[in-house]
Write a protein that binds this ligand. Structure first.
Ligand SMILES: NC(=O)c1ccc[n+]([C@@H]2O[C@H](COP(=O)([O-])OP(=O)(O)OC[C@H]3O[C@@H](n4cnc5c(N)ncnc54)[C@H](OP(=O)(O)O)[C@@H]3O)[C@@H](O)[C@H]2O)c1
Length: 233
């Protein structure tokens, strides 16, 4: 079984590569810049994948070559706006970049890799509990992060219908809070009080998320679930 993970060089992506490899997957780790940690894992590293660019589509295809994939995990994402600003104070360039990576980066990954999917393959989009109104209270300042994840949700839902005839299942999965650089920056900005080092490590978070990948079938395609399997949409 062959899997590709984006944003694989650190954080949750690195944890996912570690867990998928331990489950016997032949892993392709797509990243902007390789780290010693992903190099040491003994998986195939495809660097130079900046998902904010159109060039990432061709770069991903070239990285995969003619190989067929059984699993794609669209994990790359960023939260670039930590200040609790009002809507009128939002930096629209930052918001646009969050869209470029969180929403359009996942679109680019899907465009690039859909032709490489085996029948019965799975596509997982890593999202957030803060991506939906009603699941999480308003978080001042998080305009672009939350809006871009909602755009991702719409795309994934649409894609699930498009890929069903190919036997490919799609799911949005929220990992819950994880001790990564993203969470450390949120803590440093005073936006959360939970110390990041009390949160699950990226590998532990990937372990608890893995069943949500393994259990996915066409019966449940199009769903949004959290790491413990609660269906959120
Ligand atoms: N940590 C949490 O508590 C938490 C909670 C809910 C959801 N999530 C989601 O989990 C995913 C991973 O986040 P994380 O916590 O592991 O954050 P992280 O430690 O900040 O890592 C972010 C990853 O995304 C990649 N990335 C950012 N911009 C990119 C771009 N332009 N092109 C390609 N890759 C890019 C980074 O690559 P570089 O190394 O090249 O920067 C890195 O691998 C995100 O989708 C995030 O929304 C995390």
């Amino acid at each position: 079984m062959k899997a590709l993970v984006t944003g694989a060089a650190r954080g949750l992506g690195l944890g996912l590569c570690t867990v998928l490899k331990s489950r016997g997957y032949d892993v392709i780790a797509a990243c902007r810049t390789a780290t010693p940690e992903i190099e040491a894992l003994g998986v195939r590293v495809v660097a130079g994948i900046d998902l904010s660019t159109q060039a990432s589509i061709a770069a991903l295809r070239a990285g995969v070559g003619g190989e067929k994939l059984d699993l794609v995990v669209c994990n790359a994402g960023l939260n670039a706006s930590f200040a609790a600003v009002k809507l009128s104070e939002v930096d629209l360039d930052v918001m646009a970049y969050e869209y470029q990576v969180n929403a359009l980066g996942s679109v680019r990954t899907a465009i690039a890799l859909t032709p490489a999917l085996n029948e019965g393959a799975k596509v997982i989009f890593i999202t957030t509990g803060s991506g939906v109104t009603g699941k999480s209270p308003p978080s001042p300042g998080q305009w672009g992060y939350r809006m871009s994840k909602m755009a991702l949700h719409t795309m994934a839902y649409q894609l699930s219908a498009e890929l069903r005839p190919q036997g490919v299942a799609v799911r949005l999965v929220s990992p819950g809070a994880v001790n990564t650089d993203l969470m450390k920056r949120i803590f440093a900005a005073g936006r959360i009080t939970t110390a990041p080092d009390t949160l699950p490590s990226p590998v532990a978070a990937a372990e608890r998320l893995y069943p949500r990948i393994a259990e996915l079938t066409l019966e449940t395609t199009g769903q949004w679930v959290n790491f413990s399997g609660e269906v959120w949409g």
